[in-house]
Design a protein around this ligand. Sequence first.
Ligand SMILES: Nc1ncnc2c1ncn2[C@@H]1O[C@H](COP(=O)(O)OP(=O)(O)OP(=O)(O)O)[C@@H](O)[C@H]1O
Length: 570
Amino acid sequence: MPVMASPTSPTSTLTLTDPGVSRVLSSLDQLSSKAGGNSLDLVFLKDLLESTDFISLLKVHEKVTTPESPSLDARFVDASDLLTEVCDELQDVYTEDGQELLCLLLRPHFKALLQAHDTIGQKEFLPELPEVPHEVDEDDESAIKLVRLVKGQNEPLGATIHLNEETGIVRISRVLRGGAADRCGMIQVGDEVQEVNGTGVSGMQADHVIKLLSNAVGPIVLKLVPAVADDEEDSEVKMRVRAQFTYNPTNDQSMPCKEAGLAFSKGDVLLVVSMTDPTWWQAKLQRDPKMRAGLIPSRELQEKRSAVLKASSWQNNNTKEAKSQRSWFSPRLNKKSKKNRKCSQTEDDSELSLTYEELSLYHPQGDRFRPIILLGPLGVGRSTLKRLLIESNPGHFKSPIPHTSRPRKGSEVNGEDFIFISKSEMETEIENKKFLEYGEFKGQYYGTNIDQVQVLIDQGSACLLCPQPQALKVLRNGEIKPYTILVKPPDLDEFRETRCSAENANDETLLTDEEVHDLIAAANQMEALYAHYVDHVITNGDLQRTVNELGEIIHCLENEPQWIPAQWLT
Ligand SMILES: Nc1ncnc2c1ncn2[C@@H]1O[C@H](COP(=O)(O)OP(=O)(O)OP(=O)(O)O)[C@@H](O)[C@H]1O
């Protein structure tokens, strides 16, 4: 039997072929002549580079890294059969050596070894990935990426998809950590899936696409249109959250390093880049993603702090009662209001644990539009803006039909002007918290029922609402998915200028300077309290400009993906 030379054996015939190492050796020679051949370090290094161990390692490295290196396929995979044949032959050889060899070959360990060799030799360890097609549709202007990944037989793809029923577009909606899709590192949330192993998925039923993906085994080629990246930093973002509180690290006694803290305001969207420390997360502000990450209290820490705050405010119940009855109107405007508006929900935010609200990407659904809430103090102009939007596109924008307990008048049509129900029915619905808000006028109820909002969503209209802020608690859920715009008044000068030049301007509509100051203060206070529910803030100065701005915001809302509370999508 041939005896293999050990790599360290002095009889080894290995020679150095690596040009890089040869260059280093020749420069060592030059150095050693300059150093007079005395430097021990140089001698040591030269010996090391010329040692057979090192040269063997280099050869191994070269083999592994050379793409053209011979494949690792087994030469033959029938060693067990060969063994049987050899043993048969040896039965007839009666020499001592022949019998000794037969004994050796018949040993169960040897047989098992050859069986193992054959089994491994038949396995395909390097999966044959299908060729990425060269021909790309030249008419298709969108950039595409072809992702090849290998998934085990019972292994899920590790990504969820979302089918837009209107457009038939299938997108990646989640990539699960550590799954096959995540490991390949090329699949992002929002990518549009065009083909799976050459089969087009556009227009396919969602369950067919899921089946196609989950049934595919081994190598899979996905043709994807990359999602439009929000920012370059996206890949390092672990979670996107909206802050429900304002934070200033300089006032935080337990912050380990105040300079490393990140200040943010209620409503700011934060990109959390590290959550490894259970007490202090690292985050950036979405509006300034290029800045370095700073420390923020983790959700766990903030929940504890918020529980302590809640306990102390609970002792002061009377103050809370006063807050829940807060009026968003200056006294004169309040008197002008015909109805005394109330909300089904009167809890204050102090009831909530104010930490972070996790956000997920939501893709517009085509024919289901998110209702738009115009928030703002009375007199800022929300009804006017709502009316102008409806006039601009009456087939699209709608306002829910209000309910009333008062009797129908002459030409009024039930279900068009109002939904007429009895007082007791209305009281039951109020009890059941079905009204976003309701009011009493001359002993009769008027109110907006949440079901009417749902009716508009289901019929494919863009529902416009101008409720009091307390109604947000009824509206903000996964069924309704509202988009909230805070309408603020401009400063006193611009307010004067724009309101005086309005077509309907008269002594009744024009506010005194004091009332404008009250209005501005009420808007600021509303922003301070509800910023974490607000998606956009606009200033209602010039009327036409504000209507145009609203139109643009709503156009984006209906056509572009948006970040919404993650729990609305579960
Ligand atoms: N941008 C604007 N320029 C000029 N006048 C405006 C503007 N916006 C609103 N107005 C006028 O201000 C007055 C108050 O507006 P509006 O009634 O729409 O306020 P509101 O906040 O909706 O209050 P309410 O809840 O009572 O309807 C109206 O006379 C309206 O015509």
